[in-house]
Write a protein that binds this ligand. Structure first.
Ligand code: ASP
Length: 282
């Protein structure tokens, strides 16, 4: 069993050592809690659980503390993918819920034919499924919005998990880039930003447009499926990203428990735990 989580990229405003330490200790706490959860739950359940914990921490740009779009509204996106049957569910630009990843999990549990819901449809589904009204705005994000510090927004959270049955899952959740045009679609609830099959699972962060242009997550998973190591698959995919100076990071786990991560700009925060060794990078 193994678990990796990421907390996206540091924003330009979050460069202080204090924030870095806070993010590291948040990641450590969440990965340990999620590890305990994994002892009695599947990879899929654990991916949703871990991403839900990350969404609840206002330090990260997902759920509570999500970036604010150009019209002053928070719209969030999240996806969950079960590697064992390649079922992916997600929400795009959902508003006023606490945990977008749990809404994606409800779509999965209800086995809906329609698996990725956006905008009003996602909001309506969430209300009908019992998710109450919740305002994810925090004073920090409000201040950034009011200051129009457009470049501050890279974040997102994600998780890839291998469970005791050898099943893989991936989950990703984002508040977006910040200041985007309402209606802009993030990579996080697409196969470019979140993908898993029986061989590998990937969660990405960075500039959604670059991640989609490079088909990042699905390409890495396909390369591992075709026999490449996680390292080869990631390195090749990131070389392709470099061709247009793309900005992305990814955490990757394969079915044998090998993991790898890469960021095109060295600021991504992530943690990896297998019950023994804890790695925390930023
Ligand atoms: N990928 C996210 C988006 O473009 C943002 C991020 O990862 O920071 O919406």
């Amino acid at each position: 069993m193994k678990l990796l989580i990421h907390g996206g990229f540091f924003s330009e405003s979050d460069q202080s050592t204090e924030t870095k330490l806070l993010k590291q200790s948040a990641l450590e706490h969440i990965i340990r809690t999620s590890w305990n959860y994994l002892q009695t739950h599947s990879a899929l359940e654990t991916a949703a659980y871990a991403v839900g914990q990350l969404e609840d921490d206002p330090l990260f740009n997902a759920g509570t503390g999500s970036q604010i779009q150009s019209d002053g509204t928070v719209r969030m996106s999240a996806a969950l993918m079960d590697g064992s049957n390649q079922m992916m569910t997600g929400v795009i630009n959902i508003e006023n819920v606490r945990n977008p990843i749990l809404v994606a999990q409800s779509i999965m549990n209800e086995k809906l034919d329609d698996r990725i819901l956006s905008g009003a449809g996602a909001n309506d589904f969430a209300r009908e499924a019992g998710y109450g009204y919740y305002n994810p705005k925090t004073p920090q994000r409000e201040m950034e919005y009011l200051d129009k510090k457009k470049s501050l927004g890279r974040g997102t959270v994600g998780c890839v998990v291998l469970d005791h049955e050898g099943k893989l899952a991936a989950g990703t959740s984002t508040g977006g880039k910040g200041f985007e045009i309402p209606g802009r679609v993030s990579d996080s609830a697409t196969v470019a930003g979140n993908y898993a099959n029986q061989h590998a699972a990937v969660s990405c962060t960075g500039v959604g447009e670059d991640i989609v242009s490079n088909a990042t997550a699905v390409k890495i998973v396909t390369r591992v499926t075709d026999g490449n190591s996680v390292e080869q698959a990631v390195e090749r995919t990131f070389r392709e990203l470099e061709q247009f100076n793309g900005f992305a990071g990814a955490i990757v786990l394969d079915s044998t428990g090998k993991h790898y991560y890469k960021d095109s700009h060295p600021k991504m925060v992530f943690a990896c735990f297998d019950g023994d060794a804890l790695e925390i990078f930023s």
